[in-house]
Structures are given as structure tokens and as C-alpha cells.
Ligand binder design. Structure first.
Ligand SMILES: Nc1ncnc2c1ncn2[C@@H]1O[C@H](COP(=O)(O)OP(=O)(O)O)[C@@H](O)[C@H]1O
Ligand SMILES: [Mg+2]
Length: 227
């Protein structure tokens, strides 16, 4: 589904060049659940934002469903992103002055659904994360775990085939983290491809495959250990 070869990402300021990704190689197949681990600053978030077509890259190639991303125009990129990809961030990124259902509807607007369809999808997604009773609440009235469930509902309301999660449990206590993980596992069983960045080795161990990133590169831990 996702194939990156020798991907480069350079951040340039007047003073310095930072290679956030250098020769980053990764293939994720349809239906996989991949956990990405690595030290802070190693390029994990950069990788996810490029994978999710939120940011451009500086070199190398990235194919999503066989399509060369560097050949997509801006319009096509956002259309593909809206249609195929859902995001879950560590900081939840809910809009504080919208209630829960309205928050979930935001990406559905970009997808062009009419208001009746949006309302139905938002309510269904909220039910999936077990928060039907909270639709009229505002984010500040919910616990961190509940806010992350709302953020997951927002990501899954559009039924994305690819779910990108950046430390989705980073701000949660371990019981909440486990229940968020269970939700992701359920979405995976239903067919979503999931790429999750995490610092939590117990959660990473539950994914089908672990990818370790150091200094902007994917490293093969097994090969390193036997070398
Ligand atoms: N917008 C930016 N401008 C300049 N440098 C950046 C920017 N975003 C990330 N970086 C740098 O790129 C590297 C990788 O960052 P990041 O992908 O956020 O790592 P991680 O998510 O693994 O902690 C870091 O050195 C970081 O400082
Ligand atoms: Mg990060």
C-alpha cells in the first residue's frame, strides 16, 4: 500500500540543514499493523506526515497504492488524503469550541458528505468508540482517554483504509492506553492498514511488525544484534 525508497527530508533554515529522513526505506502492505519506534528526534513524525501527504519530501520516491506521490498535484494530494487516510495525534487536536459530534464531522465536510450523511457517520463513529452519550459535550468536559476516543472516532468516521497514529497513547495512563490500543486492533481486524508511532514497548509488541527508526533511517534491529 505504501512504499518509500531512499526517501529524503531536509529542513533548511538560513543557518542549518537538518536531515530528518535520509535514505528512508519502508514498505507497508495492505492490511498490516506496523508499530514504529525510535528515539526522540529520529524522524518518526516526519515520516508519518509525509506518509499522510501532509508534507512534501526532498528526494527519493514514495508510492501510495502504486501512485507516485511526487507526480500528484496539490488538489489530487488532498483528495487522496481525504479519501484514504485518517490521522490520530498524541495531542488529540480537537477543536475546543465545537462539541464532540461537530468535531467528528469536520473531516467529513472536506470529503463532501451532505449534512444528513455527516450526522449519521459521526453518530456511528462515536458509538464505535463507546461514547454515544457524550455527543453534545465539549472536549474540555472529557477525560484525556475520552478525548482520544473522540479523535479516533473522527479519524474512522470517513472509513479510511490507512490510519496513521502518532503516539496516540502518549498522553494517556496505561489503562486508557490499553483501551485505545484495543480499539485500533478492532479497526485493524475490520481491514484498516495501521501505522502507529509509539514509545511504549508493550504496545509495540502487540503490532504485527515493528520498525525501528534511528537518525532518519529504518534499521534492522535483528541484523544489528547479530552483526
Ligand atoms: N519543521 C521543522 N523545521 C526544522 N526541523 C524540523 C522540523 N520538524 C522536525 N525537524 C527536525 O527533524 C528531526 C526529526 O524530527 P521528528 O520527525 O519530529 O522526530 P520524532 O518524531 O522521531 O521525535 C529532528 O531533528 C527535528 O528537530
Ligand atoms: Mg514525533
Amino acid at each position: 500500500m505504501l512504499k518509500m525508497e531512499k526517501l529524503q527530508k531536509v529542513y533548511r533554515t538560513e543557518m542549518v540543514e537538518t536531515y530528518a529522513l535520509r535514505d528512508f526505506n519502508l514498505t507497508v502492505n495492505e492490511g498490516e499493523f506496523v508499530a514504529v519506534t525510535g528515539p526522540s528526534g529520529s524522524g518518526k513524525t516526519t515520516f508519518l506526515t509525509i506518509a499522510g501527504l501532509l508534507e512534501a519530501f526532498s528526494g527519493g520516491s514514495y508510492r501510495l497504492d502504486g501512485i507516485d506521490v511526487s507526480r500528484m498535484g496539490d488538489g489530487e494530494r488532498s483528495a487522496v488524503r481525504n479519501r484514504k487516510i485518517g490521522f490520530i495525534f498524541q495531542a488529540f487536536n480537537l477543536i475546543p469550541d465545537l462539541n464532540v459530534l461537530d468535531n467528528i464531522e469536520v473531516p467529513l465536510r472536506y470529503r463532501g458528505y451532505g449534512s444528513a450523511e455527516r450526522r449519521k457517520r459521526a453518530a456511528d463513529a462515536l458509538a464505535r468508540v463507546g461514547l454515544s452519550a457524550r455527543g453534545r459535550h465539549y472536549p474540555a468536559e472529557l477525560s484525556g482517554g475520552q478525548q482520544q476516543r473522540v479523535a479516533i472516532a473522527r479519524a474512522l468516521a470517513g472509513e479510511p483504509r490507512l490510519l496513521l497514529a502518532d503516539e496516540p497513547t502518549g498522553n494517556l495512563d496505561s489503562a486508557m492506553a490499553r483501551s485505545v490500543m484495543e480499539l485500533l486492533e478492532e479497526l485493524h481486524r475490520d481491514g484498516a492498514t495501521i501505522v502507529m508511532v509509539t514509545h511504549d514497548p508493550q504496545l509495540a509488541a502487540r503490532a504485527q511488525r515493528n520498525v525501528h527508526v534511528i537518525d532518519g533511517q529504518v534499521v534492522d534491529l535483528a541484523a544489528e544484534l547479530t552483526a
